[in-house]
Structure formats: C-alpha cells, structure tokens
Design a protein around this ligand. Structure first.
Ligand SMILES: NC(=O)c1ccc[n+]([C@@H]2O[C@H](COP(=O)([O-])OP(=O)(O)OC[C@H]3O[C@@H](n4cnc5c(N)ncnc54)[C@H](O)[C@@H]3O)[C@@H](O)[C@H]2O)c1
Ligand SMILES: [Zn+2]
Length: 691
C-alpha cells in the first residue's frame, strides 16, 4: 500500500486500484463484524483502512466509487434469519475525531454552517461512547411495541422478543409519553459478564467472542430469544428516531425526559460549552475509563439545541451535529519475559506470556494470552523479545506486534509433551489446540476437573475452593470426585492442617453431605465431558430423566445402534458431536471407574419435568429480591423441573413473580402489569406439592 499521507504523488490509476482494494477489504470486514459478530482484525486496524479510503476520496473526488465504503452504515441484513424492520427514520453512524484539533475543526464547521459569530453561545453535550450495538425501541403511548437493530441503517432486524429479557429496557414508560416515540441507544455487555460468558463458552466448547461489543451483538441477534435470556445485557438511551412529539428544545431536556421515563442514560451525560470544557470532559472520561465496568471507545459531542440539529441535518452516513472523539488504542511496549504453558481441564495447553509489568490505559498488565501454537508461530515471539501489547475492547491483553522481528533463529519450541504429567501432547487433525493425552493420570487435568466438579454451575459445594483442592490433592486425599464424599473420614486430619477449625471443617463436611442427592444435570455437567455444557446437560436429562439411560444410549450409539443415536440427536441442542463425546467418555475404562465410584456415593433423583398437576407448568416465573432458603440458581432449577420457564425480567408474558425482601423495580412492574406475586414460602409450597 502507498505511504499513509502521500496521496499527492500517486497516479490516478494507482489511486483507483487502491480504492477498489479498500472497498473490497472494508466490505469483507464489515460483514464479519456486523453480520457475523466475529471480526478478524482490531478496530484500530479497521479504522485505519477507513481513514485511508477517506483520504484517497478527498484527494481524488472523481474516483469515488458507487460502492464507496464511506456511503454506507453497518451491513445489510438480507441474510439474517431474523425478521426485517424498515426504519421510519434512518439510523446513522457517527463521524470520528482523533485529536483535539479535529474537535476544534468540528466546532468551527458547525459555527460556519449555522453562520454563528465566534462569540455567539453554542453548547454541546458530552457523554461516553459505549461499545455496544445500536438498538431502536419504538414506544406507542408509552408501551414498547418493537425493538430493532440498526442493520444497514434503513432496514434492521426485529429483536422485540429478545429485548424482553433486558432488565434495563422498560416494557412501559413511566408517566405520560407521546403517541409515538422511538428511543435509540446502545445494548451492551459489562466487562465482567463478557468474561463470564466467554469462560462458559470455552467450558462448553462454544464460540468465543472477540470483545464485549461482539458478544452483545451475538447475544441480542438470536432467533431463539431464550438464548438472549441467558446472557447478561444492558442498555442505555442516547437519542431518538421517529417521534410524534419531541419533549424538549435541547438534547439535555430530552435526555432528562428519557431518564424520567425510566430509561437508563450515560452517567457522564452533561452539557459543555467551548473547546476548553469539551476537551476537559474528554480527559476526565478518559481518566475514568479503566475503572468503568464496561468498555467505552470515545466521547460523543452533540449540538445541544434541537433547532440547530435540525438545520445541520446529515451528511452521507452521520449527523453534522455530532462527532465521536475516539480514544487512541491502548498500546504499550514491553518485554516478553517468558512463555508459560498452562494445562486446562480438557488437557488444552495454553501458552501465557509473562511480561515486564507495563501500564496500558491505566491498568498494569503482566500477562498476555498467546492463544495457541499457531499464534506464537505467527508472531514469531520468543522469551526476551520486545513486543507491543494492546488492550482494545478486550479484557485479556494481546500481543499485536513483535518488535524483535522474525530474525534468523529457531522458533519457540512448543512442547510436544505435557509439562505437568509428561504425556504426549498432540493437536487433533484440523485443530489448532494442542492437548495432553494423559487424561485422568494428568495431575493438572485432574485438579482442574475437581475444581470444575465443585464449581457454582456444577455441584456448587461451598467451602471447597481452588486452594483447598490443590492442597487436598497434593496430600493424596482427592483422587476423583467420589473422594469428596469420603472426606468425612479425614475429619481429624483436616483439623490438623493450618487454617482449619472445628467450625470450618464442619461447614465443609455439611455442604458436601448436602449434595448426596445432587441435581442429575449438574452432576453430568460437573464430569466435564467435552461438548457437554450446563445447558446441554440439562437438555439431555430433561428428555432422558436418568443418568443410566443416558449412558446406555451413548454406548449403544457408539456401537452403531442408529435408533439409540437418533433418540439422542432428536433432543433439541444435541448433535452428533455431543453424542460422540458421550460415547467416547463412557467407553473409557478409567472414566467408568470414576463414574461407578461416584454413583456409589451419590444418588441423583430422576430428573422430572412434566408434573401435570403443578399449577406453574408451562408458565413463566420471575424470581426477584433475596431468597432466604435457596439460591437463585436453585429456584430457577425448581421452576424448570416443574415445567415452568424462569425469566430474568418481568414483562407482559410473565405469569408469576416470586419476590423476596428487597425486591425493587421488578415488583413494581409486576404490580403495573397486574401479575400475581407470591413470597418464597408460597413458592416452596408449590414445589413441595409437586413432590
Ligand atoms: N474490526 C473490524 O473488522 C470492524 C469492522 C467494521 C466496523 N468496526 C468498528 O465498528 C465501528 C464502526 O461502526 P459504526 O458505524 O457503528 O460506528 P461507531 O460505532 O464508531 O459509531 C456510531 C454508533 O455509536 C453508537 N453510540 C455509542 N454511544 C453513543 C452515544 N453516547 N451517542 C450516540 N451514539 C452512540 C451509536 O449506536 C452509533 O450508531 C468502528 O469502531 C470500527 O472500528 C470494526
Ligand atoms: Zn498432562
């Protein structure tokens, strides 16, 4: 590609060629990012392509292509499985500024356009630019009638059933609202929820998301809204589209009205006048950035007066009255001191780079993920190299560049044996991940599996933390999950360890005893069989009810019994990959030993779904407030066992709300919608009555 800022010396033919290449590249990345939520380059890299394109178009205006990337927003939704929604008022993008000077130019442009003298007042609003996806919410007389994604700006996707699961989005506005008011804002995912989602996806062998923005988009744009319900999404309003009545004369007044209607808005939203205040606000928000629970990528300025906004109107794909001042990508240079190989529960060898500590965007970074063997080869990194690392929309920092370069020297020797147990480590055909083949003889895999077995989503045993497991394992007390249930025979020995008292030992043993009759789906998930995540485990047991039935079918399917295989794959969410993984698991002698041993210690009751005499079968139940005798997870599992659906938010589709102390807005909403509300004791009675 030609030099970044050299367009002057280019021939027209070169420019036309480069514009063609850019159009193709940008369209490709737009499709991956907007349609598939799965980008292959970082946002700063993408922005550089867009800037280069704009530069060339400015230098050669007569070469601007009919399919110029600067004329469109997002990506067309023709191929989306969701229904399409025609936007009454187009949804736009935002123009970008990358320096204070560019913000000053923007202010000057606005003044020029409005022919305002330099001393005439001109206020702006400032707020953070949150990294989510735009969403339109159409309210008619205060009732949410439709939600849609932006799509290509003209036509978006219908996500009305999906947003019913987003607690931040009211189904009904407080107070009085115009006949039509279309709220526009951002659906996003908090950093912590993003990290938890990716961890769960990894566990279940599912797809990982590149950043919270893609995770939010991938979670909202689901044909099956129950997938959205399982994801933690949030929302913020920052604008509006079609409106029968605009309730105010300034951006500030209208945003305040939206807040009064019960819509969340940015905590930073404020009025600023003059460049000094604008830049100051940018710096303030930038300083707070690292501590925010969500990702932001800039600050948005908007002209405050609505009559000015109307006069300013739009250019190709963005309003003339707003601009996004983008933060620079958070990068830093440091030394890669060593590469450690970690062994996970499934035996996967993950290389982790240890860095000389370095500050990136206000956060001290000491580790980077190097993903896998191929990534190390691609970067050509070795311990001792100087590297550029980046935190951009990513919780885990990454190496973007190796400054030492791929000079003549042997590549990093990725181990072909497990560093923990010495077993051979291999990559299966077509896979990039290298795995230890040691299975249950590998201590790393065994302790990781035990930790998984007692974790919250599995058996959820209190008082048996990671450190305790490592310690008990090293003492030879925990060989397999069944040993957890035999810990009571070691009571005195545990008491002899530092840090344990009568009370803590009793508590641990009591929580173990509490799980003698575990939920069968949690038990199955806890075994850590590849491709059998928490949801798949539940789907399997909902249909098969008992673990021995599952084992029987899986083994028969493995031996070629087509009927058995079909009985399994007929279950929604269960495919051949799961069936194969189950067959392989139950085929291995050492797994069967672990399994039989475990089932001597615990007896999971049969998994019951349809209890036709339960009054909640087929109903949608919402739990809110503090539950005293059970966890929220347990309450949800009870509901599901009774054939009810447990939802996260109260909507017109809710049949019953179970409220404990401290229940807030959900309780109020239930009252507004005249939905039956009961307390925990009444819920326990329903559960008990169902037997
Ligand atoms: N990595 C890739 O391959 C790739 C590909 C395409 C796009 N992208 C990235 O996507 C972005 C471009 O997408 P875009 O067209 O949606 O532009 P954008 O995300 O930069 O800005 C426009 C959007 O910002 C949102 N927004 C957030 N906070 C806002 C606020 N307070 N006020 C107003 N709007 C607010 C709005 O939804 C609006 O539609 C860039 O960051 C680009 O790097 C990356
Ligand atoms: Zn190993």
């Amino acid at each position: 590609m030609a030099d970044k800022d050299a367009t002057g010396a280019m021939t027209e033919a070169d420019a036309a060629n480069e514009l063609m290449r850019l159009a193709r590249q940008i369209a490709h990345h737009n499709r991956l990012y907007h349609a598939e939520d799965d980008p292959e380059i970082s946002d700063p890299e993408f922005d550089a392509l867009v800037r280069r394109n704009a530069e060339l178009e400015a230098a050669f205006p007569h070469l601007v292509r009919p399919d110029s990337p600067s004329s469109g927003v997002g990506f067309e939704v023709a191929a989306s499985p969701l229904s399409k929604v025609q936007h009454e008022v187009r949804m736009m993008s935002l123009d970008n500024a990358f320096s204070d000077d560019e913000v000053a130019e923007f202010v000057a442009r606005v003044r020029r356009f409005l022919s305002l003298p330099d001393d005439a007042p001109l206020d702006f609003t400032a707020e953070d630019k949150i990294d989510g996806l735009s969403c339109s919410l159409r309210y008619e007389n205060g009732v949410l009638v439709r939600a849609a994604t932006r799509g290509d700006g003209q036509v978006g996707e219908d996500v009305t059933p999906n947003v019913a699961h987003i607690a931040d989005i009211p189904q009904r506005l407080n107070g009085t609202a115009p006949a039509v008011f279309e709220v526009r804002g951002e659906v996003y995912m908090a950093r912590a929820d993003f990290a938890a989602l990716n961890a769960a996806q990894e566990e279940a062998g599912g797809k990982l998301f590149a950043n919270p923005r893609n995770a939010a988009a991938g979670s909202l744009r689901q044909k099956d809204a129950s997938v959205t319900a399982r994801r933690q999404l949030k929302f913020w309003a920052h604008g509006w589209g079609a409106a029968s009545d605009v309730p105010g004369e300034t951006q500030v007044e209208i945003v305040q009205q939206m807040r009064a209607w019960g819509l969340p808005v940015s905590p930073f939203f404020s009025r600023v006048s003059g460049l000094v205040e604008m830049v100051g606000r940018y710096e303030e928000i930038g300083a707070a950035r690292a501590e925010l629970p969500y990702e932001i990528d800039g600050v948005v300025y908007k002209v405050d007066r609505i009559d000015y906004q109307q006069r300013l109107g739009f250019v190709a794909k963005s309003p003339r009255w707003a601009i996004a001042r983008k933060f620079p990508a958070e990068q830093a240079e440091t030394t890669l001191e060593s590469i450690d190989i970690q062994v996970g529960r499934t035996g996967k060898l993950t290389p982790v780079g240890r860095l000389a500590p370095v500050l990136v965007g206000g956060v001290t970074v000491t580790n980077v993920t190097l993903h896998n063997r191929d990534e190390i080869a691609r970067l050509g990194v070795r311990p001792g190299d100087r590297v550029i690392i980046q935190r951009a929309g990513d919780v885990i920092p990454q190496v973007v560049k190796n400054l030492t370069g791929k000079v003549e020297r042997p590549p990093f020797p990725f181990p072909d044996h497990c560093p923990q147990c010495g077993s051979e480590a291999v990559a299966e055909e077509g896979e990039v991940d290298v795995r230890c083949t040691g299975g249950l003889i590998c201590p790393a895999q065994r302790t990781e599996r035990l930790k998984h077995f007692v974790s919250r989503g599995a058996l959820d045993i209190d008082g048996l933390g990671e450190k305790t497991i490592d310690q008990f394992f090293a003492l030879g007390w925990l060989e397999s999950p069944a040993d957890i249930f035999r810990l009571k025979t070691r009571k005195d020995a545990i008491l002899g360890l530092e840090g344990w008292q009568d009370k803590s030992v009793e508590k641990l043993l009591a929580s173990v005893e509490n799980r003698r009759q575990p939920d069968a789906a949690r038990l199955l998930f806890g075994l850590g069989i590849r491709h059998v995540g928490a949801v798949t485990a539940r789907d399997l047991l909902r249909h098969l009810h008992e673990l021995p039935v599952l084992r029987d079918l899986a083994l028969k399917a493995r031996e070629g019994d087509e009927e058995a295989a079909r009985e399994l794959t007929d279950i929604d969410g269960v495919g051949p990959v799961v069936v194969e993984a189950l067959g392989d698991f139950f085929h291995e002698d050492h797994n069967v030993k672990v399994w039989d041993d475990l089932l001597n210690e615990v007896s999971p009751p049969p998994y019951v779904v349809e209890t036709s005499d339960s009054p909640v079968t087929g109903k949608t139940v919402v739990f809110t407030g503090k539950l005293e005798t059970m966890s929220r997870d347990e309450a949800k599992a009870q509901a599901e066992r009774l054939g009810a659906k447990a939802a996260g938010t109260v909507s017109a589709k809710t049949d019953l709300v179970v409220a404990g102390p401290g229940a807030g807005s959900k309780l109020k909403k239930a009252a507004d919608l005249a939905i039956e509300v009961i307390d925990e004791a009444a819920w326990a009675q329903i559960v008990a009555a169902a037997g």
